[in-house]
Design a protein around this ligand. Structure first.
Ligand SMILES: *Cc1c(COP(=O)(O)O)cnc(C)c1O
Length: 374
C-alpha cells in the first residue's frame, strides 16, 4: 500500500481545522455591507500589532507592497542605494528596483542570512549607502544587537523583511523591531497565511504609520485630497476578517508545532551528506522553512520523492543572476560564494503545523536512509 504524500503545505487539513471559523468571518463581512478598509481591517491591524509587540500595523495588498510602501516612507529616492541580500524571494529586490533605487548585494553567511561582518565592511568603505533591507530568511532571526549597532554607527534607515519571520526572536526581541519598519506577507504559504494575497507593515513611529495608511490608499489624506502619489494597496475586509478570526488565533500554537517538528528533525536526522542549516545561538526561529544542504541535490530530491515526500528549494537562482535584472542598475560586492553555495545545495523539508507524528518520522527515516554512495 502506498502512503499518502507528505506535502510542503497541507491547506486541505488546515481547512478542516479552521473552515468553520472562516465561514463565520465571511458571513460577518457579507452582513456588514462594507468590503474594503473597514472595521475588520482595523481590528486585524490592532490584533497583529499586539501579537508582534509593535504599536502600529498597516494592512496592505501583499508583502511586496508592504516592502515598497515601507521604503517609500523612508524617503528612498531614485538612485539611492540599498544594501540587501542576493538570497531571498525576488520581491525583496523588486521593491527596491520598482522605486528606482539601486540594490547593492552583499554575501550571506553559511546559513544563508545576510553576512553582517561583510555588511559592516561594505558600509565602512562606502558611507554613501544609507539604506538596509535585511531578510530574516527561513524564519530565522539575524543578530538584532548587531543590526542595531550597524544602524546606529552608520545612521542607516532599515526596513526588515519579516515575510518569513513572524514570531521569530533574537534573545527575546521580535524581528522587525530594529528597523524603522517591518514588512510582512500573508501569502498562503507563510506562517500567517491568508486565503489569497495580503501583507502588512509594522512600525513604532506614528507618523510613519499614518503616511503608510495614506500611501496604500492613493496617497489620500482626506477624501479626494491627494498629497502624494501612492498605491492601490488596500487590504480587504474579507481577508482581514479571516486572518483575525480564523488564522491569527492559531498562530502561537502553530508556531509551537513547527518548532516541535524542527526539534524532531534536528535530533533525528543523522546523515554525513546532509548539513542542517540551523539558526545561530541567540535566535529563536519561527521555523517557516526547514533548510538542509546536500551535495547531490537532484538525487536527494528524487530519493525523497520516491518515498512520497515533497521538497522545495529556497532559492535556486541568486537574485543578481535573474534575467529580470539584465539592464537594471545594481551592484554586487564580490562573487557571493556563500549565497551561491546555498543556492546550489539547499533543499527544504516539509514543515507545517498539520504534519502528523507519523509523517515526521517518515521524513526523518527517509533522509537517514538516503543511500550515501553514488
Ligand atoms: C513571500 C515573501 C515576500 C513577498 O511577499 P508577497 O506577499 O508574496 O508579495 C517578500 N520577501 C520574502 C522573504 C518572502 O518570503
Amino acid at each position: 500500500m502506498t502512503m499518502p504524500p507528505v506535502l510542503l503545505n497541507d491547506f486541505k487539513r488546515q481547512w478542516s481545522e479552521i473552515g468553520d471559523d472562516v465561514l463565520r468571518a465571511v458571513a460577518a463581512v457579507g452582513a456588514s455591507g462594507w468590503y474594503v478598509l473597514g472595521e475588520q481591517v482595523q481590528r486585524f491591524e490592532a490584533d497583529l500589532a499586539k501579537f508582534w509587540g509593535l504599536p502600529a500595523a498597516v494592512g496592505v495588498a501583499s508583502g511586496l507592497d508592504a516592502l515598497e510602501i515601507a521604503l517609500r516612507t523612508l524617503d528612498l529616492r531614485c538612485g539611492d542605494r540599498v544594501l540587501t541580500t542576493p538570497l531571498s524571494a525576488f520581491a525583496t529586490t523588486m521593491a527596491i528596483v520598482r522605486l528606482g533605487a539601486v540594490p547593492v548585494f552583499c554575501d550571506t553567511d553559511a546559513s544563508g542570512l545576510l553576512d553582517l561582518d561583510q555588511a559592516e565592511a561594505i558600509l565602512s568603505d562606502d558611507p554613501g549607502i544609507r539604506f538596509l533591507l535585511p531578510v530574516h530568511l527561513f524564519g530565522q532571526s539575524l543578530d538584532l544587537d548587531r543590526l542595531a549597532s550597524l544602524r546606529d554607527r552608520f545612521g542607516l534607515a532599515i526596513v526588515e523583511d519579516c515575510a518569513q519571520s513572524i514570531g521569530a526572536e533574537w534573545q527575546g526581541r521580535a524581528t522587525g523591531t530594529v528597523g524603522r519598519l517591518a514588512a510582512t506577507s500573508f501569502y498562503p504559504t507563510k506562517n500567517l497565511g491568508a486565503m489569497g494575497d495580503g501583507g502588512a507593515l509594522l512600525t513604532a513611529d506614528p507618523e510613519v504609520a499614518a503616511r503608510a495608511r495614506r500611501l496604500r490608499d492613493y496617497g489620500q489624506s482626506a477624501k479626494y485630497r491627494h498629497d502624494e502619489i501612492g498605491w492601490n494597496s488596500r487590504l480587504d475586509e474579507l481577508h482581514a476578517a479571516i486572518l483575525a478570526e480564523a488564522v491569527l488565533p492559531h498562530l502561537r500554537q502553530w508556531t509551537q508545532r513547527r518548532q516541535d517538528v524542527a526539534a524532531a528533525y534536528t535530533t533525528g536526522i543523522h546523515h554525513p551528506g546532509v548539513r542542517l542549516i540551523r539558526p545561530s545561538d541567540g535566535a529563536k526561529s519561527c521555523e517557516h522553512l526547514y533548510p538542509v544542504a546536500v551535495a547531490r541535490r537532484e538525487q536527494f530530491e528524487a530519493h525523497l520523492k520516491s518515498r512520497g515526500i515533497a521538497t522545495g528549494r529556497h532559492y535556486p537562482i541568486l537574485i543578481p543572476d535573474q534575467k529580470a535584472l539584465d539592464g537594471v542598475r545594481f551592484e554586487q560586492k564580490g562573487e557571493l560564494p556563500n549565497a551561491r553555495a546555498i543556492a546550489e545545495t539547499e533543499v527544504s523539508l516539509p514543515i507545517h503545523p498539520q504534519l502528523s507524528d507519523d509523517e515526521i518520522e517518515r521524513v526523518i527515516a527517509a533522509v537517514n536512509e538516503w543511500p550515501a554512495a553514488d
